[in-house]
Design a protein around this ligand. Structure first.
Ligand code: SAM
Length: 336
């Protein structure tokens, strides 16, 4: 059996997506054009897939807090927790897990299908952004954009108790550095223009502050390109305490059409794909390990009824009460 470290180094891009990648927006050194609402376009066969890489620190805190507390208690005897964050985008979710460990040792692997997102994650440099004014803020809210919901980490004085706790953890891990001036190339502008035309991104004006991880060598957090459908090629069996794959199933359950539209993949084709993912998830988790989904996946266009059915067939049980018509935290009860 390979150790997790050997495994990380052994496998590179999953075959299906080892192709041209174009990035939207392309970054000039460390900075994204519009905060952390990035996109990346990859080729899959003859098709272009638009990966939406919107994310935020401490996104969906109830779920995060629940999973971390559960793992700390359930696996109290483990010398360290092993956490896999699939669809990690530029790394905010993985580092949120790390911060919430608050003393408990944890080894974290983040993977994402997007090469550019992983490059960004490996930089250990993040921006906290906030819409520039009320008008832009309302626009972001109306669009349901989650990327700026961590703006309190860098911009707000009046914090709730929970925000204070998160800001404290954030300041332990990060230090502020100068925000570089953002240059936007003609190509970036053109791509952003196209995305806006597709209704993908409104041109929200933001202001940002930039932070870097103080001691990256102590993070014990790795990022790699990987596809959840091929986890068995890069994650060892039976070692993980948590696998998170949040706010990404809509990429798997729908087919990208032109103009940014998506159409649901028929159940007969989708079921084997989900079944394959559920089986691999079962394999990489320890008994009683958790599989975590986002809190609003049904509203993002994912067939959560079907996924729930498949998870039940694959050795999982509902760990928390259903919200939004499905359960978003599942526990592995048996091997397959
Ligand atoms: C909206 S982001 C979610 C980020 C983070 N999990 C969160 O909840 O904030 C969706 C991510 O899923 C990734 N993704 C899509 N399909 C994937 C797949 N088959 N395997 C791994 N990552 C995938 C995309 O590249 C994108 O970064």
């Amino acid at each position: 059996m390979l150790t997790i470290n050997q495994t990380y180094n052994k496998y590179a891009l999953p075959a299906k997506q080892n192709m041209y990648t174009g990035t939207i927006p392309v970054q000039n050194d460390t900075v994204q054009f519009k905060g952390r609402v990035g996109h990346e376009i990859i080729k899959s066969g003859k098709k272009n897939l638009t990966l939406i890489q919107e994310t935020a620190f401490f996104r969906e805190p109830k779920t995060l807090d629940y999973a971390v507390e559960y793992a700390k208690n359930k696996f109290a005897d483990a010398s360290k927790l092993r956490i896999i964050v699939g669809a990690c985008s530029s790394g905010e979710e993985a580092l949120s897990f790390k911060m919430l460990m608050n003393g408990k040792k944890a080894e974290i692997l983040g993977f994402d299908a997007g090469e550019s997102a992983i490059k960004q994650a490996n930089r250990n440099i993040y921006q906290i952004s906030i819409p520039k004014d009320k008008k832009n803020e309302n626009y972001a809210k109306e669009m349901g954009i989650a990327a700026y919901r961590d703006s309190y980490l860098g911009f707000t004085d009046k914090l709730t108790k929970q925000e204070k706790k998160y800001q404290h953890l954030f300041n332990k891990m990060f230090e502020e550095i100068e925000t570089p001036k953002q240059k936007v190339s003609f190509l970036d502008k053109f791509r952003n223009y196209l995305l806006e035309k597709m209704g993908r991104y409104p041109d929200i004006e933001i202001k940002s502050r930039t932070y870097k991880v103080k001691q990256p060598e102590k993070l014990n957090c790795k990022f790699m390109v990987g596809n959840i459908e091929q986890m068995d090629t890069f994650i060892p069996n039976g070692k993980a305490h948590i696998l998170s794959f949040r706010n990404a199933f809509y990429h798997i359950m729908n087919e990208d059409l032109e103009q940014g539209e998506r159409t649901p993949i028929p159940e007969s084709i989708l079921r084997p794909t989900l079944s394959n993912i559920a089986k691999q998830t079962n394999k990489i988790l320890k008994k009683d390990g958790l599989f975590i989904l986002g809190e609003h996946e049904d509203k993002q266009g994912s067939n959560m009824e079907l996924l729930s059915e498949v998870l039940k067939e694959s050795g999982f049980t509902e760990e928390v009460q259903r919200k939004n018509k499905y359960c978003n935290i599942w526990r592995k009860v048996s091997d397959l």
